[in-house]
Write a protein that binds this ligand. Structure first.
Ligand code: NHR
Ligand code: GAR
Length: 221
């Protein structure tokens, strides 16, 4: 049985999707938040998962915060650490400590729109497709090896909440899939930084393109 620790900062719907996926061979040991008011903590507690808060506001530097976070995480001896809407940039030391076993979901088709406010920036830029990316975390923000991406259309009339909701629905599909692959030891990071999926592809491969609306509005973009 492999152990997983999930880090959140807020609502925790991706954490919830991973918990609900009941991944064979995996046990979610703890959910840790840097914010005491993170909504996701209640869901975790209700599901019998240990919760903890390491409040970044109680630390003078990123280094001391990250050291405290490592201590809280390592108490659970995790095989995998999952960032699920975790909103603090992590130091190189933290990332090195969990090298090859630290995943993040980012709400854009990386390498486009690294950083914050991805949906607003996608709308402003005029792109016709947007999406989400699960990647291994490396010291350079949102630049680590890509595991799986999902694509959604940007539709006429979209605002930030509408686009975010369309992307989030896909996040809830691809993040459990990425974790399933990791736990099954099917993800290999090649020296080039590409991720290769070992074994036969499941029903879902490393790219998810949901069927577009049949209205034709988006078919010709
Ligand atoms: N850390 C490293 N080193 N590398 C990555 O790829 C990371 C990371 C930490 C978090 C998630 C992330 C994202 O998916 C993530 C990836 C927070 C910020 C940010 O600017 C940026 C990216 C991500 C998470 N945070 C502000 C900060 O000063 C705080 C913002 C807030 O609290 O609302 O840390 O995009
Ligand atoms: C998700 O859309 C996730 O991709 C994004 O925040 C949301 C968290 O939702 N992550 C980032 O923006 C990281 N910078 P959740 O708390 O309901 O999973």
């Amino acid at each position: 049985m492999k152990s997983i620790v999930i880090l959140i900062s807020g609502r925790g719907s991706n954490m919830e999707a991973i918990v609900r996926a009941a991944i064979p061979g995996a046990r979610i040991r703890a959910v840790i938040s840097n914010r005491p008011d993170a909504g996701g903590l209640a869901f975790a507690a209700e599901h019998g998962i240990a919760t903890a808060v390491v409040d970044h506001k109680g630390y003078a530097s990123r280094e001391t915060f990250d050291a405290a976070l490592i201590e809280a995480i390592d108490a659970w001896r995790p095989d995998l650490v999952v960032l699920a809407g975790f909103m603090r940039i992590l130091t190189d030391d933290f990332v090195d400590h969990y090298r090859g076993r630290l995943l993040n979901i980012h709400p854009s088709l990386l390498p486009a729109f690294a950083g914050l406010h991805t949906h607003r920036r996608a709308l402003e830029s005029g792109v016709r497709v947007h999406g989400a990316t699960v990647h291994f975390v490396t010291p350079t923000l949102d630049c680590g090896p890509v595991v799986i991406q999902a694509v959604v259309p940007v539709l006429p009339g979209d605002d930030e909440p509408a686009l975010a909701a369309r992307v989030l629905a896909q996040e809830h599909q691809i993040y459990p899939q990425a974790v399933r692959w990791f736990i099954a030891e099917r993800l290999v990071i090649e020296p080039t930084g590409r991720v290769v999926l070992r074994g036969e592809a499941d029903d879902v491969t490393g790219c998810v393109v949901p069927p577009l609306d049949a209205s034709g509005d988006v078919g010709s973009c």
